[in-house]
Design a protein. Structure first.
Length: 384
C-alpha cells in the first residue's frame, strides 16, 4: 500500500507540474509573449537535465550525502595537518619581528641562540630566549607525527591532558600520527585510483572497440598478469629497495589497473555496433575521435560508480602492507603501522582501538558515498 500511495503521489505531482507548464505556455501564446529560455547553470557552466536528476538522486540518499560532507571535512582538516599538529610554532613575535616556523626554517641564532643550526622550539632554553623578547603561538596539538615526547614513565603512555590519545611504543603522539596517517592514506588511495582508472579505461576501450585478435590477445595477457602474486613480489622487491610513497604507488599501479577493464570493455563491445557509431565511421571519423567523444561518455557512468569502491580497496591495500611491514618506510605516519603496534602492545588498547575506529569510519564513509553514487547514476531511480 505504501508503494502504491507513493506512486500515486508521484504521478499527481508530475501531472500538476505538467498542467502548470501547459497553462503558462497557453497564456503566453494567447497574449503574444515570448517565454524566456532559463538555463540551469552551476559556477557558470550549463547543467543538463540528466545531470540535475543525478544530483537530486544523490541528495535523496541522505546517508551517502552526509557521508560525503563528513569525509570532505575530515580530509580537508588533515590537509592542514601541519597547522594543527606540529612541533613548530605557527607564529613567533621576537624583538619586533614576526616569524612563521611552520612555513620556514630558522637558525637558532635568529632568536639569540649560540648555534647556527635549525631551531629546536621544544628546547626549554630556546623558549626562554623567545619569551624574553616576544611570544609564540603553538598549534592545537604541539606534536608532529615523528615528535618524541620525553614524558616520564614507560612507553606506550596512556592518554593524558598532554597526549589526548596517548603515545605509541616510541613516545610519539597517537593523535598526531592519526591525522597524518589519515591524510597519506587518502592521498595514496586517490592517486592510485585516478592513475589505475586512466590505464584501465584505456585498455578496456581498446579491447572493446577493436575486438577480434586485439581483444583476445589483451584478455589472455590480463588473465596472466592478474594471476601474479603481488604480495610475494612486494616482499622480494622490499629486500632490494626501501619502499616509499612513489615506489609503492608505481608498483601497485602495475597490478591495480585491471579492475576496470572488464566493465569498460563490456560497454564498448555493446556500443560499437550502435547505428550512430557506424554512421560516424561511414563519414570518415577517426577511431580515436569515436572512442573519445562518442563511446567513452557511455562507459563513464559505469566507471564512476566503481571509483569509490576502488578508492576503498586502495586504502585497504596500503594499510595491509604497512601492517605487514612492507609498506611505507619505518617512522612514517600510517594507520597500518599503528594497528601493528596495537597488536604488539596488547597492554595499550588505545593504540589498536583508535586506529581501528579511524580506519572503520573512513571505509564506511566511502562505502556509503559509493552507494549514493550508484543510486545517482541508476536510470531506474526516480526522485519524487
Amino acid at each position: 500500500m505504501d508503494d502504491v500511495s507513493q506512486s500515486e503521489q508521484l504521478r499527481t505531482a508530475e501531472t500538476a507540474r505538467a498542467e502548470s507548464a501547459t497553462a503558462a505556455v497557453t497564456a503566453a501564446q494567447f497574449t503574444g509573449q515570448i517565454l524566456p529560455v532559463v538555463e540551469d547553470r552551476f559556477l557558470g557552466r550549463r547543467v543538463t537535465p540528466i545531470t540535475r536528476r543525478r544530483v537530486e538522486n544523490f541528495k535523496a540518499n541522505r546517508r551517502g550525502f552526509w557521508s560525503l560532507w563528513i569525509f570532505l571535512v575530515l580530509f580537508g582538516t588533515t590537509l592542514l595537518a601541519e597547522f594543527i599538529a606540529n612541533d613548530r610554532p605557527l607564529l613567533i613575535s621576537f624583538d619586533g619581528h614576526y616569524y612563521s616556523p611552520v612555513l620556514r626554517d630558522y637558525p637558532e641564532t635568529t632568536f639569540g641562540g649560540d648555534f647556527p643550526t635549525e631551531t629546536d622550539y621544544s628546547d626549554g632554553e630556546v623558549q626562554k630566549l623567545i619569551a624574553a623578547k616576544g611570544w609564540m603561538v603553538w598549534p592545537l596539538i604541539p606534536f608532529s607525527y615523528k615528535t618524541i615526547t620525553y614524558a616520564p614513565g614507560p612507553f606506550p603512555a596512556a592518554p593524558s591532558r598532554v597526549n589526548w590519545l596517548g603515545t605509541d611504543d616510541q613516545g610519539r603522539d597517537v593523535l598526531a600520527r592519526l591525522i597524518y596517517g589519515f591524510r597519506i592514506s587518502v592521498l595514496f588511495g586517490l592517486a592510485l585510483t585516478v592513475l589505475s582508472s586512466i590505464v584501465g579505461v584505456a585498455a578496456g576501450a581498446v579491447q572493446g572497440y577493436f575486438g577480434g585478435f586485439v581483444d583476445l590477445g589483451m584478455q589472455r595477457f590480463i588473465e596472466i598478469w592478474s594471476g601474479l602474486p603481488v604480495l610475494y613480489l612486494l616482499i622480494i622487491l622490499a629486500t632490494f629497495v626501501e619502499p616509499n610513497f612513489w615506489w609503492l604507488l608505481g608498483l601497485m599501479l602495475l597490478f591495480s589497473w585491471t579492475s576496470l577493464v572488464d566493465v569498460v570493455r563490456a560497454e564498448f563491445l555493446r556500443a560499437r555496433n550502435f547505428d550512430y557509431i557506424r554512421a560516424a565511421k561511414a563519414l570518415g571519423v577517426t577511431d580515436a575521435v569515436i572512442i573519445w567523444r562518442h563511446v567513452l561518455p557511455n562507459a563513464t557512468v559505469a566507471t564512476i560508480t566503481f571509483l569509490p569502491f576502488i578508492l576503498n580497496g586502495s586504502i585497504t591495500t596500503l594499510t595491509s602492507l604497512d601492517f605487514l611491514g612492507f609498506g611505507l618506510p619505518p617512522g612514517s605516519a600510517s594507520l597500518g603501522e599503528l594497528l601493528a603496534q596495537g597488536k604488539a602492545n596488547l597492554q595499550a588498547p588505545w593504540l589498536g582501538i583508535t586506529a581501528f575506529v579511524v580506519l572503520a569510519l573512513m571505509l564506511s564513509l566511502l562505502i556509503f558515498i559509493g552507494e549514493a553514487v550508484r543510486d545517482a547514476f541508476d536510470p531506474r531511480k526516480v526522485t519524487p
